[in-house]
Design a protein around this ligand. Structure first.
Ligand code: GLA
Length: 370
């Protein structure tokens, strides 16, 4: 009798919750609120509130944003002396309207930077002084415009090669190794309160990690205001290992830096180079999961995400932000050459995948254990 009563009240309660639109499902930002911010890279359609599938997910699940492209040099400073902030302004306004932490990406990089930056009007390389002047003007103008509003900047992106030495980019060739110091110095002048990040990929690998540690130590010894490290984490199913991830976070935290995971996605099709993918596309073999992700792989992906988040939560004192590089699978840059990839937590219809539930579960079990 008593049991029946309890069962009946449970049914009534469930119905009441359903009518009231209460969902038992936790959101990402809620689940990890005691650990770190949960960010997402967004595109123009999304910050224009024009993506009916993506926008409700962004607003419900995330409390930080990064711009996929619109703050890169080519977008914001396409020609000498010509800045265009139309889109960047809307991106920042979107973040503020939704009470999100706003990230700026990226100031000094060798990609998506126009050729004119490095050349004079005759197409010859400019001098160190001219390039430093251009860099300073760019950083002061862009960082200065959003002073106090963009809280975190990727100041230098991908300066290292896989062997841990400095990439011979036009920045390095024309200015010299100290272009990195100068970039941080200018960013700090423009907004002394901003968190300034060095951002790179594959830092889990030796010797690139050693190269980055040496670089950071050198910058710190010179008093350069680098305050955070960005681990991009465009990862594979089997790389990096959780041990590598764990050791990498510890290594950078030991230097006194905040660690941020800045561009997280899991490539279920394997880490191939663009040329290889093009070749595979020509042979018709590039699209292993054209008709959907097999359930077994879906489960492996969920496990992969759970394993990574167990490491992140373990380091919650040192990690302040984990950002996904895209909202749904359909938005991802990994659908290269028409491939169907499945790297994120929401599927092409905007539905949460088993990987979503898996990491929520990690948050629950680990916070119970804390
Ligand atoms: C790099 C850059 C990002 C983005 C991704 C892939 O990691 O930092 O801005 O371009 O590649 O799209």
């Amino acid at each position: 009798m008593k049991k029946n009563l309890i069962a009946m009240s449970l049914v009534a309660l469930t119905m009441l919750m359903a009518t009231a639109g209460v969902h038992a499902q936790t959101t990402l930002k809620e689940a990890f609120k005691n650990d770190f911010l949960i960010g997402v890279a967004i595109n123009q359609k999304q910050f224009d509130n024009d993506d009916q599938r993506g926008d409700p997910i962004i607003k419900a699940q995330f409390n930080a944003i990064s711009p996929e492209n619109i703050l890169k040099w080519e977008s914001v400073h396409p020609e000498p002396g010509k800045y265009d902030f139309t889109e960047a302004d809307r991106y920042v306004e979107f973040g503020e309207a939704n009470h999100m932490t706003i990230v700026g990406h990226t100031l000094v990089w060798h990609h998506q930077t126009p050729q004119w930056v490095f050349q004079d009007t005759n197409g010859h390389p400019v001098t160190r002084e001219v390039l430093l002047q251009r860099m300073r003007d760019h950083i002061h103008t862009v960082v200065g415009r959003y002073k106090g509003r963009i809280k975190i900047w990727d100041v230098v992106n991908e300066a290292l090669l896989d062997n841990g030495t400095l990439r011979k980019s036009p920045w390095e060739r024309i200015i010299g190794d100290d272009y990195i110091e100068k970039a941080f110095q200018y960013a700090h002048e423009a907004d002394p309160d901003a968190i300034l990040r060095y951002n790179d990929y594959s830092l889990e690998n030796e010797p690139k990690r050693s190269g980055a540690i040496a670089l950071i130590k050198k910058l710190q010894a010179e008093g350069v205001p680098v305050t955070a490290i960005g681990l991009q984490d465009h990862v594979q199913m089997d790389w990096p290992t959780t041990e590598q991830e764990d050791a990498t976070i510890s290594d950078f935290a030991r230097l006194g830096l905040k660690v941020m995971i800045t561009e997280l996605d899991v490539n279920v099709l394997g880490g191939k180079r663009t040329a290889e993918i093009t070749e595979m596309a020509n042979q018709g073999t590039s699209n292993a999961y054209a008709n959907g992700l097999p359930p077994a792989v879906q489960q492996e992906l969920a496990k992969r995400y759970a394993d990574l988040f167990r490491v992140f939560v373990k380091h919650h004192h040192d990690i302040s932000l984990v950002t996904f590089w895209g909202v749904t699978d359909g938005d991802s840059w990994l659908n290269l050459r028409g491939r169907m990839n499945y790297p994120l937590l929401f599927d092409r219809a905007g539905q949460p995948k088993p990987a979503f539930d898996a990491i929520i579960q990690v948050a629950r079990t680990q916070s119970a254990a804390k």
